[in-house]
Design a protein around this ligand. Structure first.
Ligand code: ADE
Ligand code: ZN
Length: 339
């Protein structure tokens, strides 16, 4: 292992942009399909070969089809524990996990079945691996706002267990302002707010997520680089971006990671973070995302340390634990070569 690989591995990190449904590896999907009596007459390698996406929608079609194999509480629990084992291998000490209730409810799986399964796995991961986590309920933006309001209503029974709401799925044509009432209700309920914006959509969607939805973070935000005043605003207001390099490469948001604007964001003082999004589909978990972007942009140890610190700063971790984790990162980075 090179020194930089060792540094990436050894730093404690938070993962802030991770769809639990996007951790469904082909082997698990096949196992769940078999035990739930769902015909899926392909092998894992064949499934993996099909993961060649033209754009976000092309990926979403495959992603939603695979989620159909998730039916029971055990499926959701096993899926989530599988992620936490990978998280531990990647030295992730805290994860903020998105889930897509509407994708499961429209298949007839009850809200409390998958929500309770995820929460149980999160408690077990805390106990067994020392990994803390938060749950973020994501609204599907290609469905009507009325649907989002119904899900939010179901979620009110879980307000102590859900940290916030997010917005994902097909971006273009579904601007953040479509969800102004749902986000305003979420705010009144005391929930944190994040939204995917500027992945395929224009910088105007990032502005809308900030101004209309009053978000604490932007998920992706890559296209913010096209708007200088937005870049300035993100830095000044300290609104973090949860970026996902391998996802953006696989979904052709960028054609080459050497053109990935992460360094511009860091140089402008924006709290940019690195995350894996849907690691079962995009070829790598968190450390592989760090290493891919490190190599493409020739990031040094200081940049890697900034990214690890940013992941803690941008999280919803309580202040005292944040300070403890930032202290650990400083300790490692203080003794890292060339930092
Ligand atoms: N759902 C899962 N992954 C997503 C992504 N990268 N963008 C939008 N919605 C998603
Ligand atoms: Zn995402």
């Amino acid at each position: 292992m090179s020194q930089i690989d060792t540094l990436v591995q050894s730093l404690p990190k938070a993962e802030l942009h991770l769809h639990i449904e996007g951790t469904l590896e082909p082997e698990l999907a096949i196992k769940f399909a078999r035990r739930n009596g769902i015909p899926l007459n392909v092998g894992p390698e064949e499934l993996r070969r099909a993961y060649d996406f033209k754009n976000l929608q092309d990926f979403l079609n495959v992603y939603y089809r695979a989620t159909d194999t998730l039916r029971t509480r055990d499926d959701f629990y096993e899926l989530t524990m599988h992620y936490f084992r990978r998280a531990r291998e990647n030295n992730i000490v805290h994860a903020e996990i998105f889930y897509d209730p509407q994708a499961h409810m429209r298949r007839g799986v009850k809200f409390e079945v998958f929500t309770e399964a995820l929460l149980e796995a999160m408690r077990d991961a805390r106990g067994e691996y020392g990994i803390s986590s938060n749950l973020i309920l994501s609204f599907l933006r290609d469905l009507p706002e009325e649907d989002a309001l119904k899900v939010l209503d179901e979620a009110t029974a879980f307000l102590n267990d859900i940290v916030g709401v997010g917005l994902d799925s097909a971006e273009v044509g579904n601007p953040p302002s479509k969800f102004s009432r749902a986000f305003s209700m979420a705010k009144d309920l005391g929930l944190m707010r994040v939204a995917h914006a500027g992945e395929e959509g224009p910088p105007e969607y990032v502005w809308e997520a900030i101004e209309v939805l009053d978000v604490h973070r932007i998920d992706h935000g890559v296209r913010s680089v096209e708007d200088d005043s937005l870049m300035h605003f993100l830095a000044e207001r300290r609104i973090p971006l949860t970026m996902c390099p391998l996802s953006n490469l696989k979904l052709k948001v960028v054609n080459d990671l050497r053109d990935y604007p992460l360094r511009e964001f860091l140089d402008r003082g924006i709290i940019a973070t690195v995350n894996s999004d849907d690691p079962a589909y995009f070829g790598g978990y968190l450390n592989e995302n760090f290493l891919a972007v490190q190599r493409a942009l020739n990031l040094g140890p200081e940049d890697i340390c900034t990214l690890a610190s940013n992941s803690i700063l941008a999280s919803f971790i309580p202040g005292d634990r944040k300070r403890e984790l930032l202290g650990k990162i400083d300790e490692i980075c203080g003794s890292a070569p060339d930092s």
